[in-house]
Design a protein around this ligand. Structure first.
Ligand SMILES: [Zn+2]
Length: 342
């Protein structure tokens, strides 16, 4: 999670639409591949997936599924799908989480955490280090080991800029918070990468190539946080590159999750997360999974590790501690619009 800046205006028409068209087929088959129950209407109640004994594994995934989750910031993975990560990990499914940023550009969190009026660049790096530690502790509650969690260390609040204005390696980006031009964090996947779009795509591709996922979980492209949206753009870019080389399967399943959207998640009963107010989110096929008490307990324990975030957005974060987690596949219209952006 990170503070939600104002939405940027849509940029000029961009290139690379054909690569994103390749993602259409991927998303189109995802729901069928998972055998999930489909929610036809946005205002309809979301139905639980049957989980009787003897049924297929979690979410209908095959036992040998390899699931790679991408999160723009530490805590997004827990609030959006902490229960499902726990379920998969404890069923023996290989799960990895990739944090694209360390959430080091959250001014209010830095002020609160360090009791400062005006954080310095070193304070923002310290916040990023703290959030990295919180993420390792949180995902441990979800059944993941430290080696299952990957930190790219790219600039919080800067992913849209990398996509739009700092794509080329000749146009590096400097974080206005940390003043860094490359990942400053211990254990970053590639600390020598520069803050530009090409390097971020390369680092993501490296993780994908090492992990060889059969399922990728990314933010919904209509999420209102630019870091979330552009996480999905960069992952899509890398996925298409690797599919073109035959490294990733054409049948790779892609699921999306939503964190930042008006009225989401519903915070009060009786709607308590049982309906998704997605009037502004067309083109999505929603699937729903009901959490067991054990899964919800693990998700709550994971969230408690994100103390730096609970200090500043406690109510919002806890509103995700509900009985279900919801995912969407997208139709071709969504991706064609995405393709027109870049
Ligand atoms: Zn976030």
């Amino acid at each position: 999670m990170s503070a939600v800046p104002a939405l940027p205006p849509d940029g000029a028409r961009r290139r690379r639409s054909r690569r994103l068209w390749l993602a259409v087929a991927v998303l189109a088959v995802a729901s069928a591949a998972l055998g999930l129950r489909r929610v036809e209407r946005p205002t309809a109640p979301l139905l639980p997936i049957p989980r009787a004994s003897g049924q297929p594994g979690p979410l209908g995934l095959p036992a040998d599924a390899r699931v790679l989750v991408f999160a723009a910031h530490p805590d997004d993975e827990t609030v959006a799908l902490g229960g499902v990560i726990y379920r998969l990990a404890h069923a023996g499914t290989r799960v990895g989480v990739v944090f694209v940023t360390n959430g080091d550009g959250y001014e209010r969190a830095a002020e609160e955490e360090f009791n400062l009026r005006k954080p310095t660049d070193d304070d923002y790096v310290a916040l990023g280090e703290l959030r990295q530690q919180e993420a390792v502790a949180a995902t441990r509650h979800l059944g993941l080991r430290p080696q299952d969690v990957h930190f790219l260390g790219f600039p919080d609040g800067g992913l849209a800029e990398l996509w739009r204005a700092h794509w080329l390696r000749t146009q590096p980006y400097t974080s206005p918070y940390t003043r860094e031009e490359s990942p400053p964090y211990p254990g970053a996947v590639n600390p020598d990468a520069d803050y530009d779009g090409m390097d971020l795509t390369s680092v993501i591709a490296r993780v994908l190539e090492d992990f060889r996922p059969t399922v990728v979980v990314i933010p919904h492209p209509y999420d209102r946080h630019p870091d979330h949206v552009h996480t999905t753009y960069f992952v899509t870019e890398a996925v298409q590159h690797l599919r073109g080389r035959g490294v990733l399967s054409p049948t790779l399943t892609v699921l999306t999750y939503l964190v930042h959207f008006p009225s989401w998640p519903a915070k009060r009963g009786p709607l308590f997360d049982r309906f998704l107010p997605i009037a502004g989110l067309p083109d999505s096929t929603w699937v729903d999974t009901e959490l067991t008490p054990e899964e919800l307990t693990a998700k709550r324990a994971a969230l408690e590790e994100y103390r730096s975030q609970l200090e500043v957005m406690n109510g919002f974060l806890r509103s995700f501690l509900c009985r279900n987690e919801i995912f969407a596949t997208l139709d071709a219209n969504v991706l064609s619009r995405i393709a027109s952006i870049h």
